[in-house]
Write a protein that binds this ligand. Structure first.
Ligand code: SF4
Length: 626
């Protein structure tokens, strides 16, 4: 007689924003089950009933379960509270269900964890494949919990019992691929024709990170040794993504390019598949920060194959003292401007990320660094600093050393369940008030410069009239304080958000929507009219025809909503050449033709604004100029 198998459910909720259809396959829990499924003791006794990855009303998750015996959840900053709500409801209906929580959000050493979260029965620290299988075996008496490693479970009084040792898997070749084992085939079939869901793939070619950045929960003692996934599996997974017509494959290595020869082979294989089959369209990843010449050559292969949206080298800060404080000094990121120049020469779309709120950063060091990046035409993304439970920065000693002050700020929302991140609101080098002021400067400069609204004006005034970007945007903030200004309501909103430390919201996609809609479409004429008197105020001696020509050039360079392109205009100066070539001097009149760009056909103001924000790292706002 066949034994009745116990039902297993797994969940790894994809991050998703309401306006975007993109979601990610639940790769981590997929790996966990793909491995468990190779073990006869498991397949004889358990069956996987479902993997959840799209959030819905938590009660519907429970209603979709049939007598769950084990529920395994992957936890991170965007789904922690949602997970807690799901398991609260789960335990109400199925109190005997054994709940296992893993993922980067599970703290390695919180002695009160099970008192705070009594609905969780066991936690897995770091890699989950072997530990999850062991816990399933323990549940049916095939293994003693004393023989497990790297897991925690509660004592009768809900103290943490932590099993020593590590879960680091010595040989990753024992792990089957969840893609190749067919685990996701049903999901792919179910959402293939759903216009509201575009599923992105995740590929892992190695595990571990040799660095120990203090804000990160990835590197560190346990994970610092790099382990490779064999290339045959990597190539076969790329074949699978190609056959299944994936738009984007996200590489989740910590430092793609660190294994140069191998990673070059992977890049070449991705391009080969795209050329053969048209898919995957794009490959995105976290790039290695060292050996930038070599890494750039890999990015070049992807860029030439039209697979690279952005060669994102995350420098996090340009301030040397901060680099030491966060233990990134060895990464050779300080010469980013040089890399930027080389990448541009090779037509590789380069970008960077920086974090606001890091230790030792001051208002001035941040401002100098940010302005310098923008002056070098670097496309930059800003993130607020968040303390992650397994990062060194989370520890009391580190917080005290750098005077880190935090607040719990809502930064994600899943079906009305708010997720909170412990966000840095001040340090001993930047007070709470100074950090708010820095955010205000940052928001304005990103909002107006990176979406193209004032980029040419600021650059021209700097090159021709010596007005620094720093002063230009400081004065714009002053201008926005006036009730008459087009920017005033954005200033007010900014004040409200900075007062509540809503930094995530400020730099999110939606944080710029109103500004882009207003300045780019609804009040565009008023804004550029205001710019003329603003320039006159900044440079009283600048001739009026020069001001008018500059503002006209700026406005016409920026993609218009609902415009019939091409458009053209006569200009009293050679603005384009002057602004794009350091050697060219301002001279003679010029006629320019503005031919739009491939996205001139936007259907609504909202879509237009979304396009401008979504493509700012590749200057989607910019018209072609002849
Ligand atoms: S931030 Fe990147 S390089 Fe630094 S420890 Fe984390 S994964 Fe490694």
């Amino acid at each position: 007689m066949m034994a009745i198998k116990r039902n297993v459910y797994l969940a790894q909720w994809s991050p998703k924003t309401p306006s975007m259809p993109y979601v990610y396959l639940p790769y981590s829990v997929g790996c966990i089950w793909a491995y468990a499924d190779t073990q006869k003791e498991i397949t004889d006794n358990y069956q996987l009933k479902d993997i959840f990855f799209l959030t819905k009303d938590p009660i519907d998750v429970i209603n979709d379960m049939d007598n769950p015996y084990v529920f395994g959840i992957s936890c991170y900053v965007w789904n922690w509270n949602y997970n807690l709500e799901v398991i609260r409801l789960l335990k109400q209906k199925y109190p005997q269900c054994y709940v296992i929580a893993g993922g980067p959000h599970i703290p390695n050493d919180d002695p009160y964890f099970f008192r705070k979260y009594p609905n969780i029965d066991a936690t897995i620290h770091q890699e989950g494949e072997l530990a999850f299988t062991d816990l399933l075996k323990c549940q049916i008496g095939l293994m003693s919990i004393d023989d497990t490693h790297g897991i925690s479970y509660p004592s009768e009084s809900n103290d943490v019992i932590r099993m020593s040792g590590s879960n680091r898997i010595p040989d990753l070749s024992v792990l089957p691929s969840p893609y190749l084992s067919g685990l996701f085939d049903g999901m792919m079939a179910m959402y293939k024709d759903d216009p509201d869901i575009i599923i992105n793939g995740i590929i892992e070619t190695n595990r571990g990170c040799p660095y120990r950045c203090t804000f990160c929960d990835w590197g560190g003692i346990t994970y610092n040794k790099l382990k490779k996934i064999n290339l045959e599996r990597v190539f076969a997974e790329i074949d699978w993504f190609s056959e299944n017509e994936f738009d984007l494959v996200l590489g989740v290595d910590a430092n793609f390019g660190i294994l140069y020869d191998r990673d070059m082979e992977i890049a070449e294989y991705l391009v080969k598949k795209r050329n053969e089959n048209g898919y995957p369209n794009y490959f995105d990843t976290s790039w290695a920060k060292n050996n930038s010449t070599k890494t750039l050559s890999i990015a070049k292969v992807l860029a030439d194959g039209n697979m690279l949206k952005s060669f994102m080298i995350s420098i996090q800060t340009t301030n040397e003292t901060t680099l030491s404080a966060i233990e990134r000094k060895s990464m050779e990121v300080s010469d980013f401007n040089n890399l930027n120049t080389r990448a541009k020469k090779l037509n590789v779309p380069i970008a960077t990320e920086i974090i606001l709120g890091l230790p030792c950063e001051t208002y001035l060091s941040w401002k100098i660094g940010l302005v310098d990046l923008l002056l070098h035409d670097v496309n930059v993304s800003i993130n607020p600093l968040v303390l992650l439970p397994n990062a060194e920065m989370f520890e009391d000693e580190y917080r005290k050393r750098y005077g880190i002050e935090t607040a719990n700020i809502n930064s994600w929302t899943n079906h009305n369940i708010k997720e909170y991140n412990e966000t840095v609101i001040g340090t001993n080098s930047m007070s709470v008030i100074e950090l708010k002021r820095t955010w205000a400067f940052t928001w304005f400069i990103i909002g107006l410069e990176l979406h193209g609204f004032t980029k040419f004006i600021a650059k021209y005034l700097n090159k021709q009239w010596g007005i620094s970007h720093s002063r230009f945007y400081d004065e714009i903030i002053n201008l926005s304080k006036s009730e008459e200004s087009v920017l005033h309501k954005h200033y007010q909103r900014l004040q409200e958000h900075t007062n509540n430390h809503n930094f995530h919201l400020l730099v999110s996609f939606s944080g710029y929507k109103d500004l882009v809609k207003d300045v780019g479409v609804s009040h565009r004429n008023d804004f550029y009219h205001e710019m003329k008197s603003f320039i006159k105020f900044l440079v009283p001696s600048m001739p009026t025809d020069e001001i008018s020509g500059l503002v006209k050039f700026q406005e016409m360079s920026l993609l218009r909503f609902n415009e019939e392109y091409p458009i053209s205009g006569d200009f009293n100066y050679n603005f384009k050449e002057f602004l794009t070539d350091d050697e060219t001097h301002i001279s003679k009149t010029h006629h320019y033709k503005f031919t739009g760009n491939e996205q001139t056909d936007t259907q609504s103001i909202i879509k237009w604004s979304e396009y401008i924000i979504g493509t700012r790292l590749i200057r989607g706002w910019e018209n072609n100029i002849e």
